[in-house]
Design a protein around this ligand. Structure first.
Ligand SMILES: [Zn+2]
Length: 384
């Protein structure tokens, strides 16, 4: 612990100096990158929540920075506002990039799809909206009533998929069982479709991956409501279950692929699903359903860098790189923490800063992290 505290103090001094160094140029020039415009923003097909709402991809990070949308371009290490008005300081709700509070967003074919929530008499309502990359042409696409939580927001087969949960009925009365519903929104037809729904104690569906008409998702629930009400940590394992499911959209055929105890270590990286069983860790490719044994037992696998056939695993809170084929012979320690991998970059935290690294450098063991030049970057994000 002492070591950690010391290093944090050193970091905070460094950080203050670094902040000055970084803030000065930001104040002196507008943070626009002349070589990059919003029209060049490509497709981001992953989304995740990471201290606020960000979508990560090969092209960069779409983020809600102080309620305004910006795009971070790793090529030039610059952040640009999605508002193109020359006379705007992007600081008020009048700005084209103003987004307010949002839950999830994705960028698909130069359109930003985002989910917002409104509470009405204790009953939540979600809206699916879209806008172009200049913050204009905003449209409301669909609405889901009786929804207080939203889980996941993924894209595949020209569909968006998300799941909602509620604990109240239409009249605002608390339900004994949670109601969870899985939706798709068809970008071709503009139709919102409820794929399936369920009621259960603490029931939660989370969409993970969608391709070729097959949706992979998690189902979490409590098996023993009585034990849950009189909650005791010793009983934790007995009462929570999490299942990996495969759902065929056309036939509604639903298959349980794996059942987890709550303590079991699992991870999802794009289409790769890791079951970090202590004795026999396995990776499932959700595109094909193929299961592959992983080289080291007792490790927490997090990412598969498919193009290079390398795996990233975590052990004693340290990230390591390992060749899928060579196994133990070729373990490289990674400095910092990886939180998401795309085909081209890994994004994560190095010296507590949101940073990124080209996967090619990672594979070479270079640890060539670059701090993301994002204005007002939240600090100290080492915790997952
Ligand atoms: Zn603006």
């Amino acid at each position: 612990m002492e070591k950690i505290n010391k290093s944090l103090n050193v970091h905070s001094i460094k950080k203050n100096l670094m902040m000055l160094i970084f803030i000065l140029p930001i104040l002196l020039c507008s943070c626009k990158d002349d070589n990059f415009t919003v029209n060049e923003i490509g497709n981001l097909t992953q989304s995740m929540i990471l201290n606020g709402e960000c979508a990560f991809g090969d092209d960069g990070i779409l983020l809600s920075n102080n309620s305004h949308l910006t795009f971070f371009n790793p090529e030039s290490n610059t952040e640009i506002s999605l508002c193109t008005r020359a006379d705007c300081y992007h600081s008020t709700s009048e700005c084209d990039a103003y987004i307010g509070s949002l839950r999830h967003m994705l960028l698909v074919n130069k359109c930003i799809y985002y989910l917002t929530m409104r509470k009405q008499d204790g009953i939540g309502k979600f809206k699916l909206n879209c806008m172009d990359c200049t913050g204009n042409n905003r449209k409301e696409l669909a609405e889901v009533n009786e929804a207080l939580d939203i889980e996941g927001f993924i894209y595949g087969d020209n569909l968006l998929s998300f799941s909602t949960r509620t604990y109240y009925d239409k009249d605002g009365n608390e339900l004994e069982k949670t109601k969870s519903r899985m939706f798709t929104y068809d970008l071709n037809t503009g139709k919102l479709c409820e794929l399936f729904s369920g009621e259960g104690f603490k029931l939660k569906f989370t969409p993970l991956y969608l391709e070729n008409g097959v949706l992979w998702y998690f189902k979490d629930y409590t098996t023993e409501p009585f034990l849950f009400k009189n909650f005791n940590y010793d009983e934790w394992e007995k009462i929570f279950r999490s299942e990996l499911h495969k759902f065929v959209i056309s036939t509604k055929e639903d298959t349980i692929i794996h059942t987890h105890k709550i303590s079991e270590d699992i991870a999802v990286d794009r289409c790769f699903y890791f079951i970090n069983d202590v004795q026999a860790p396995v990776m499932i490719d959700m595109r094909t359903g193929e299961k592959k044994a992983l080289p080291l037992s007792g490790s927490s696998y997090r990412f598969y860098l498919e193009e290079y056939n390398y795996l990233v695993y975590c052990s004693d809170q340290k990230f390591n790189l390992i060749s899928f084929s060579d196994g133990e012979k070729n373990v490289k320690e990674i400095e910092g923490m990886i939180s998401i991998a795309t085909g081209k970059y890994v994004y994560g935290f190095y010296n507590s800063y949101q940073s990124y690294m080209d996967i090619k450098d990672l594979i070479k063991g270079k640890n060539n992290w670059k701090k993301c030049n994002i204005e007002g970057l939240p600090e100290n994000q080492e915790t997952k």
